[in-house]
Design a protein around this ligand. Structure first.
Ligand SMILES: [Zn+2]
Length: 398
């Protein structure tokens, strides 16, 4: 690695270290010490393996940096860590005379840089360290959430028996999804599921106190709910760049993994899949959550339009979103290849799976260019993203 690292570059290194902690069964936290843009100390969380309560990522990185410099002070250095430091580490950062602290995710239970207390704003302490927070926060938070969800799901999985004719992907396969900080929800309670486990994400309207993204559209569309249906070859994760844009527009956002995909159970037989079955599952989910009048964004190739025909009272409107080849390639590496997934893929790929020839799809009336799933990527073409956001505004106003 050559050239001076900026905060983001250093945070990426810290994230890699955090992943090493996770691989060792530790809470995934990583830290690097930067001097003039060069990493002079690295650490990742290791209290369990080292039988050492003090073996936090920051402490280990500080010890390495002091050894590298041959100095007990790290004046002019920057501590870059994936998680807001605890009281112990914040004290060590002050003692070492760091010039700057950069952290990723907040830690609401133990954070000592503002969440629980703020050691760095205590004027009486004789050294002041400047603090920058939130660098690559979604990735840092996703790593933590994935780790703790993985633990919780180990317990939950043993209590949700798997039907004999279905398969289930181990939750650990989903533990390090980037840009996916959402809590998994599961249900087996919808009668048509007949014991299959459905996974979904249910994210509330974005708090108005949160920093607005894009334009601040809160309130413009009133409150509503949207159901996001992924495409064949993918799972709910495909929608990761759409969720916050919708929440900022006053929408509660439901993102299921359809039966046969992602973290939902996967029947081994193609014949388990029919449009009516998937529609009943979605209608059942919405009813179980007490929702009505749910708008549908549909990348499944037709389930959204099917819902607006068969359950028009609940799903008044649907719009198609295209999954590009690029998107399809990334989902080809979906972490759940097995016979259940292949059965679902085959069912969805069958010609006319979602078409019923009695009705002409109302979806075909849509005007203008189709919006692509990838258009919402934060690193994508700005004009495409603007067009996607304008499309959302029009869709929610209609
Ligand atoms: Zn600590």
């Amino acid at each position: 690695m050559t050239g001076a690292l900026d905060d983001m570059g250093a945070m990426r290194e810290a994230l890699q270290l955090a992943a090493q902690a996770q691989a060792a069964g530790e809470v995934p936290v990583g830290a690097v010490v930067l001097k003039d843009g060069v990493v002079i100390g690295r650490g990742y969380n290791a209290p369990i393996s080292g039988n050492d309560a003090c073996a936090h990522a920051e402490i280990i990185a500080i010890q390495a940096a002091c050894a590298a410099l041959g100095n007990y002070r790290l004046t002019g250095c920057t501590m870059v860590v994936t998680l807001e430091p605890c009281v112990m580490c914040s004290g060590a950062i002050l003692n070492a005379r760091f010039s700057r602290l950069v952290f990723g995710a907040h830690e609401p239970k133990t954070g000592a840089a503002g969440s629980v207390i703020n050691v760095f704003e205590t004027a009486a302490l004789n050294h002041q360290t400047a603090v920058t927070e939130g660098v690559l926060a979604p990735a840092c938070r996703a790593l933590m959430n994935g780790f703790f969800q993985g633990r919780r799901e180990v317990i939950k999985r043993t209590t949700t028996p798997l039907r004999e004719d279905a398969l289930r992907t181990p939750d650990a396969r989903f533990s390090d999804l980037v840009d996916w900080p959402y809590t998994p929800c599961y249900t087996t309670e919808i009668s048509v599921l007949n014991g299959l486990r459905l996974h979904y994400v249910d994210e509330e309207v974005r708090a108005v106190t949160a920093a607005p993204i894009d334009v601040d559209a809160s309130g413009r569309h009133g409150q509503g709910a949207c159901l996001l249906l992924h495409g064949a070859g993918g799972w709910g994760y495909q929608w990761r760049y759409w969720i916050e844009a919708l929440r900022a527009r006053g929408q509660r956002v439901l993102v299921p993994d359809l039966i046969g995909f992602g973290r939902s159970d996967k029947p081994k037989r193609v014949s388990a899949h029919s449009p009516a079955f998937h529609a009943q599952v979605m209608a059942g989910l919405v009813a179980a959550l007490g929702l009505s009048q749910v708008r549908v964004l549909d990348a499944s190739g037709g389930l959204g339009a099917y819902l607006t025909r068969v359950h028009a009272d609940v799903f008044p409107r649907s719009a198609s979103i295209e999954v590009s080849r690029v998107g399809a390639q990334t989902v080809a590496s979906a972490p759940f290849p097995d016979d259940g997934y292949r059965a679902a893929e085959r069912a969805f790929a069958a010609a006319g799976f979602f078409d019923d020839d009695v009705h002409v799809s109302s979806d075909k009336k849509r005007v203008g260019e189709a919006i692509r799933m990838d258009a919402m990527r934060p690193d994508g073409e700005p004009s495409e993203r603007a067009a996607a956001l304008a499309f959302l505004d029009a869709f929610l106003d209609a």
